[in-house]
Design a protein around this ligand. Structure first.
Ligand code: IVH
Length: 676
């Protein structure tokens, strides 16, 4: 073979290998698959073929060693009996104070609530189902609702018992699969970090390959248990140990904030001596009764939180300060730095948050800085070493214009009446930078979740002028895409299928997707329960009707002045309205499914006024909804029950309810009705 050909083949192989590694990384580290499974497999097969044909390639980078590849769609998907949620994070003492306050408020409980404290193992979560004590199957977390059937791989793990004595009829044990630090040393040339190694090995198609990797397991929780006789988490952990599961020996219980802080420092100091990666401490309300009452928001339980350890730091030099524009127009300054490895990840960007932050720290181009990376969030600039500053360095002047050329503005916060620290572009979809970010939000996981249409593809399609507004996603020129580099018939068909599938969307996801400021997933749910049907939601496009609707929204729990103003701002903007309307025309937005028909309050509407003795308003609301009720925000003829709490009920509401002959109930009657 000619040397020239060899160089060319080598270059192509390296380029494709790099692409594969990037995709792999995108999947594992950012949980953000950029291509379909099929495209990933095709690329991998291409590399396998190439390296089999030209053996010298194996010496450069051996594709056979790439273990941490994407999950194959060949793993069967199984629905979790109980969803596998994720945890919200705390980073400092105040976050924990808030967490404790919130649970006390929700439960209307005055005393200190005991928490189970467990090291947060940085591995891959799995759930293992036992029926009559026999291991039936094991699943990965998947998307939280559906897991992948990875039984064959899980049973290669010695830590996981295959049979249990004295177990409930149904028992699902949840825990973390990980690789010990020492064991990782032996295989580290193949993986970026122990977590990647655990994830990759667990998703091997060939379980014999998994068996070669020294995977370990710590049990920390449960899914379905029938019958469930446990009263609290700490007892359950003890029982897990008796069944033969490894339970982390540093698990304990704590009560006060002081205890939490002490415990946190203790675990943080032990961290480097442990043979496994721990990235924080999980605190869970110990009582299962309380856990049940607290329930979950859309993503995470209200009864648990991950208190992260303070993060890893590194120093580097600022090359440039650039501006990034977010989907809500927020202007974020970002320092482009000399690449540096922080906690195993190469970092070349660090956020500077906003203008005030730059001024406070007096950050300048050319400065030597310390950066900090906590969890998966983008690293931040912690401090500047002014002693190393060049004399000729100049103060950074924060631009007063967005990248689109429009002026920026700092808003006044409605509740605090203070000026916001963040400057925002004064345009919406008219700003190309915002428009592009909005598209990325629309296709993201919690919104339309279009597989194969990730951030990079949006960037690419945007450059090629294939998309500009959300509706364009649904009228893509597939013939054109097929001819683009990196695309083929199959990948285009996959994309088309994913897009068509996403057209069927439930109202709450749709509301969240359109990206109204201050309307996150929770508020989108509240709004969708109010609107029920897309047709009713469309009334927001009409100014008169909008005013009426906004008035009614005032009474909805969770929707305050900030949200109402934001909804009004969004729909008053003509471009926003037009873009949203044409998006709606491309979709089949589903009504909110009818509520729990069998519930004691199905088809009944309820409203609360005043504070309760036994539980908080939020819990009363959640309980009513669980029993099938609709929660109304105003007293009208539609209202079936007005439940009055002892503390400060609104007289006007009671009078109006009397006038309209609405059923009025005390807190006690209300519990009686629900047999509580
Ligand atoms: S509880 C709903 N307990 O952290 C409860 N998680 O961000 C969710 N993790 O997916 C999990 N140690 O992979 C829980 N003692 C522990 C844990 C733990 C590690 C991981 C797990 C989970 C993630 C949550």
């Amino acid at each position: 073979m000619k040397n020239k050909d060899k160089i060319q083949i080598e270059a192509e192989y390296k380029r494709k290998f790099k692409k594969l590694l990037d995709l792999n990384k995108a999947y594992f580290e950012r949980d953000n698959p950029e291509v379909s499974d099929l495209d990933f497999d095709n690329l991998k097969n291409e590399l396998v073929k190439l390296s089999n044909k030209y053996k010298f390639l194996k010496k450069i980078q051996n594709i056979d060693n790439l273990v941490g590849h994407k999950p194959s769609s060949k793993f069967a998907k199984i629905k979790h009996f109980k969803p596998m949620l994720s945890l919200s994070n705390a980073f400092e003492k105040n976050d924990m104070v808030d967490f404790k306050k919130k649970i006390n408020n929700f439960l209307n409980h005055k005393e200190e609530i005991q928490l189970s404290s467990e090291p947060k193992i940085d591995g891959i979560s799995s759930t293992i189902r036992y029926e009559n004590g026999i291991l039936i199957y094991g699943l990965s977390r998947g998307d939280g609702t559906f897991g992948e059937d990875i039984t064959e791989n899980l049973i290669t793990i010695k830590d996981i018992p295959k049979k249990l004595n004295d177990a409930p009829k149904i028992l699902e044990v949840r825990g973390e699969v990980y690789i010990g630090k020492k064991d990782f040393e032996k295989i580290k040339d193949k993986f970026a970090n122990p977590r990647n190694a655990a994830g990759g090995s667990l998703r091997q198609k060939n379980s014999r390959e998994t068996a070669k990797i020294p995977l370990r397991f710590f049990a920390y929780g449960s899914g379905e248990i029938k019958p469930n006789t446990f009263e609290n988490q700490s007892d359950f952990l003890k029982k897990l140990e008796r069944w033969g599961f490894p339970v982390n020996s540093l698990c304990t219980t704590v009560n006060t904030i002081d205890e939490i802080e002490k415990n946190h420092s203790k675990l943080e100091s032990l961290r480097s001596d442990l043979d496994y990666d721990v990235d924080g401490v999980v605190y869970k309300v110990n009582s299962f009764k309380f856990q049940e009452r607290l329930g979950s928001t859309s993503n995470s339980p209200r009864w648990a939180i991950a208190y992260k350890f303070s993060s890893v730091k590194a120093t580097s030099k600022i090359r440039k300060i650039i501006i990034q524009v977010g989907r809500t127009g927020a202007i974020t300054p970002v320092a482009k730095i000399d690449p540096v490895t922080v906690g195993g990840v190469v970092v070349s960007n660090a956020t500077l948050h906003n203008e005030d932050e730059i001024n406070r720290k007096d950050v300048r181009v050319g400065d030597i800085i310390t950066i900090q990376r906590a969890g998966d969030v983008i690293p931040q600039v912690l401090s500047v070493d002014k002693s190393k500053r060049d004399k000729s360095s100049k103060k950074f002047i924060f631009p007063d214009k967005c990248l689109c050329g429009s002026l920026t503005k700092k808003e006044i916060n409605i509740s605090t009446k203070k000026k916001d620290a963040v400057s925002r572009c004064t345009k919406g979809y008219e700003c190309d930078f915002i428009a592009k970010e909005k598209l990325k939000h629309i296709v993201s996981k919690d919104a339309f979740e279009i597989e194969g249409l990730g951030k990079k593809v949006i960037d690419n399609f945007w450059e090629l002028k294939l998309i500009k507004t959300p509706a364009d996603i649904f009228s893509l020129d597939y013939k054109k895409i097929e001819k683009l580099e990196g695309w083929g018939k199959l990948s285009v068909r996959n994309l088309q299928n994913a897009i068509n599938k996403s057209k069927n969307i439930v109202l709450d996801k749709f509301i969240y997707s359109i990206g109204i400021r201050h309307i996150g997933q929770e508020n989108a749910k509240i709004l969708s329960n109010f609107f029920k049907k897309p047709k009713k939601f469309s009334e927001l496009f009409n100014q008169k009707k909008r005013n009426e609707i906004l008035k009614n929204l005032e009474d909805l729990d969770g929707i305050g002045d900030t949200q109402i103003k934001s909804i009004n701002d969004f729909f008053s903007n003509k471009t926003n309205s037009q873009i949203t309307q044409s998006l709606m025309l491309s979709l089949n937005i589903k009504d909110i499914p009818k509520v729990n028909k069998t519930g004691k309050l199905s088809n009944k509407s309820v409203m609360f006024t005043g504070g309760f003795e036994k539980m908080s308003r939020s819990e009363a609301k959640a309980l009513a909804e669980e029993n099938g009720a609709k929660i109304l925000g105003t007293v009208s003829k539609k209202l079936d029950y007005l439940v009055i709490g002892n503390s400060k009920p609104t007289r006007k509401k009671i009078e109006k309810a009397k006038e309209l002959k609405v059923n009025i109930m005390t807190e006690k009657n209300w519990y009686n009705l629900l047999n509580r």
